[in-house]
Design a protein around this ligand. Sequence first.
Ligand code: ADP
Ligand code: MG
Length: 567
Amino acid sequence: DQQTLQQTLTSLDGRGYASYKQLHGRYDLGRFTLHVDKVQVDPYAPPSLIRISVSREDAALPPELLDDRLGRIAASDFLTRAFAEAAGSGAGSSGHSGAEGIGIGRPGQQVLERTSVVITDEAITARLTVALPAAGRKALGRKAARLLTETLPRLAEDSLLHASLDAEALRAHVTLLRDQEDLRAQLSAAKLVSFAVDGSVLPRRAGDSDLPLGADAVEFTSPETLRRSFTLPSGREVTGMGVPEGVTVIVGGGYHGKSTLLRAIERGVYPHIAGDGREWVITGPTAVSIRAEDGRSAVGVDISPFISGLPSGADTRSFSSTNASGSTSQATNLVEAVEAGARALLIDEDTSATNFMIRDDRMRQLIPADREPITPFVDRVRPLFTKRGVSTVLVAGGSGAFFEVADQVIALQDYQLREVTAQAHRIAADHQATTSRPAASGSAVFTANPARVPRRASLHPAKKTKPARSRGHRMIQYGREDIDLTAVAQLVDPAQTEALAKALDRLAEQSDGERDIPALVAALVERLDAEGLDALSSRPGHPGHLARPRTHEIHAAINRYRGLSLH
Ligand code: ADP
Ligand code: MG
């Protein structure tokens, strides 16, 4: 109990740091229970893992907020934020609460399924990290005693009990997520890729900030022709712009807000917190951002719809490279996204390889098609939709090449939207009369990809002795290989990256030399749906701070593993 813990810690004061390890165990702290799951071996090692829990009865959260999965995700997110705020861990934890060293992760603008707070029928548990205090290599036992027996229960009082929470804010948090996910579920029946509600604030404060731009922001207003309304479970009615399935091209002068709109759509695959400005930008769950990523590795990807007849003679139906070019990397990203189940592709000219996207008429005249390995995306974007059901939302300010293949063209001017489809089609028709361009073939282009079955041994390299782990926001260390996720734009939280590292280890365990990558990932995702995110970790009581990545990002991680080899 509390006294034992206090006495143990006090007796450790001034002794070697390693003596902290006897803390391992379970303690009663009044209405709370503390578990010390893993004690760091020295002050510079990763922090210790502890858990604090309280019974559902004592926490007294309204049960109707927790009776569905979404309610529990929202409430867990809310409690995590409340705890982080109480601990002052928002800014790297040198807060004034005396909670120095106690961490619960740092949720950003998105509401994600997380391991940091779990809500079961019996209890609410916060999974924490704590840097046990040290002076040099000596344990500061008395300080640790204050931290664990005074500060920690106080933080738990302030952030896990309904009585001390902002009950209205909690209810609103749950209601918002339920509404957002209901809207997302309605998109497919409405044949929309994305929906952006009037009044949204899309621009961010800075390139390195995910916070909304302040007073200077021009609020989003839907063009009348694309305006739609939805009614949500809370009774709220929302009106805004529906981006229809098919091919949508966003045009406009430089700096008029095209990329900002696309980025908001891209992030809209996740629900955002109230006040973010993008909380009512909702995108279908399988929309994937596609960009050029020269230098990436590719293993056995069928990029032949876009690239074939390379001068090297390489077979692009099973394209491998340790250093893909701009165009081949973008083709690889696209084909892999479709393999992973993408129903919409989001492409910005700013991050695309021009030769992958278009080829103009003069170049078509100078270099005959049979000498050019690349069939540009402009020739494939329609069959991609008609044959495979994959929509595209594309930003193109520098070329009108997509006018004739677009189902809708949206123009941005001074951050205001207008639909200009008719004009764009007229221009394309006039232009076509003066140039004779062969209609793109492409009927038999998008056949099913060959199955990509990983070799078990490639996922269990001899040099890999430790579990995979994330380093920073966008790097995973897998054995001796670094998996670089810098170009994976829809990875938004370092806790997702850590979850991806663990996902790779679980995929390696599942791999049987028979199932292909989509089947392996699907089996893992099914397990996460059934057992929760804790299933990723081999330490179920305290899995660390993980946040759920999408299926697409799991594919993205394994596909970038340089050690991958296929049957
Ligand atoms: P484009 O892709 O058309 O060149 P960007 O989307 O990059 O333009 O936007 C250019 C600048 O305008 C950025 O600094 C962005 O933050 C800002 N911006 C974009 N949309 C808005 C808006 N609705 N209100 C205010 N500023 C905006
Ligand atoms: Mg741009």
